[in-house]
Design a protein around this ligand. Structure first.
Ligand SMILES: NC(=O)c1ccc[n+]([C@@H]2O[C@H](COP(=O)([O-])OP(=O)(O)OC[C@H]3O[C@@H](n4cnc5c(N)ncnc54)[C@H](O)[C@@H]3O)[C@@H](O)[C@H]2O)c1
Length: 270
């Protein structure tokens, strides 16, 4: 999909991090925005700074884990702008660091609710609008953890793998309707956002005392770190090229290749 002036994009988890970076990058291309988040205060601040930078932006509090809330977001988008071109299902939380056998059931429930059902609710609420117009695109944020194993984060990696598979299938389903419809899954490596702090504020995890506020502290061990804006620009380029996957970040392609090669080798042996 070509991204053009006066289109309308919806960004969930738009108050912070990658979602905010997407909103900035889209606004720079003249796209009108509906940003949404479950954290009302953060959302108001994000709206104020995007507006100050000249963006046309509407803010709507919504919990992506709640189907009615996401349907209300779609209704608001239509009532304000009368159309939608791009839906970024991006909201998310991280999970605590522990092996699978120590991960609590409530962590699984929360991650599945926000990351998997959050995307499902976004697609169910907005896809009929895109299908009716015969054009439009979904950008679903997963992670490099959706392309390869990431020990001690199974609720996170499991749900991110689900978002990768969901998006690949969604793209095929949309393309069956019209070649001008599509979906892209964003699988970045480490990004400089307050994901840990926001996840703690939302009850998803407890950060160990002394945890640095910035993800930069993990950068050396994880192949460097990207800014949210860099990730957003890579995602928009992928949408314009109609690519189903985009995975910016140092070492991500290598980890994905190692997984695929191991998979193919195992299958060939069997
Ligand atoms: N930061 C990274 O290194 C990284 C890497 C790969 C993927 N991701 C993924 O990118 C996405 C965005 O994360 P981020 O790093 O920008 O973190 P972030 O905390 O800066 O942004 C996530 C936003 O989602 C919102 N959110 C959480 N639960 C919600 C819900 N139920 N309904 C609506 N909004 C909700 C949060 O309030 C927050 O504003 C997440 O899905 C995350 O898993 C992050």
């Amino acid at each position: 999909m070509r991204i053009a002036n006066d289109q309308v994009a919806v960004v969930t988890g738009g108050a912070s991090g990658i979602g905010y970076g997407l909103a900035e990058a889209l606004a720079a291309r003249g796209v009108r925005l509906v940003i949404s988040d479950v954290r009302e205060e953060g959302l108001a601040k994000a709206k104020a700074s995007l507006t100050a930078a000249g963006a046309d932006v509407t803010a709507e509090v919504a919990d992506v884990g709640d189907e009615a809330s996401v349907r209300a977001l779609a209704d608001r988008t239509l009532s304000v702008y009368g159309r939608v071109d791009l839906v970024c299902n991006n909201a998310g939380v991280a999970s605590p660091a522990a092996p699978l056998w120590e991960q609590e059931a409530r962590t699984w429930e929360l991650l599945i609710r926000v990351k998997v059902l959050g995307v499902v609710h976004g697609v169910r609420a907005f896809a009929p609008l895109l299908v009716e117009r015969g054009a439009g695109h979904f950008l679903n944020t997963a992670s490099s953890g959706g392309l390869a194993p990431l020990p001690d984060r199974t609720p996170y990696t499991t749900t991110m793998h689900a978002v990768v598979g969901l998006t690949e299938t969604l793209d095929a389903e949309l393309k069956r309707v019209a070649p001008t419809l599509g979906a892209t899954v964003l699988c970045p490596g480490l990004v400089d956002t307050p994901l840990g702090q926001n996840s703690e504020a939302l009850g998803a995890l407890r950060l160990p005392p002394g945890t640095p506020a910035s993800m930069r502290s993990f950068a050396a061990s994880r192949g460097g770190i990207l800014s949210p804006r860099e990730v957003a620009e890579a995602a928009l380029d992928a949408i314009e090229a109609d690519r189903v996957h985009v995975a910016p970040g140092g070492g991500v392609a290598e980890r994905a290749r190692a997984r695929v090669e191991a998979l193919l080798s195992d299958i060939a042996t069997g």
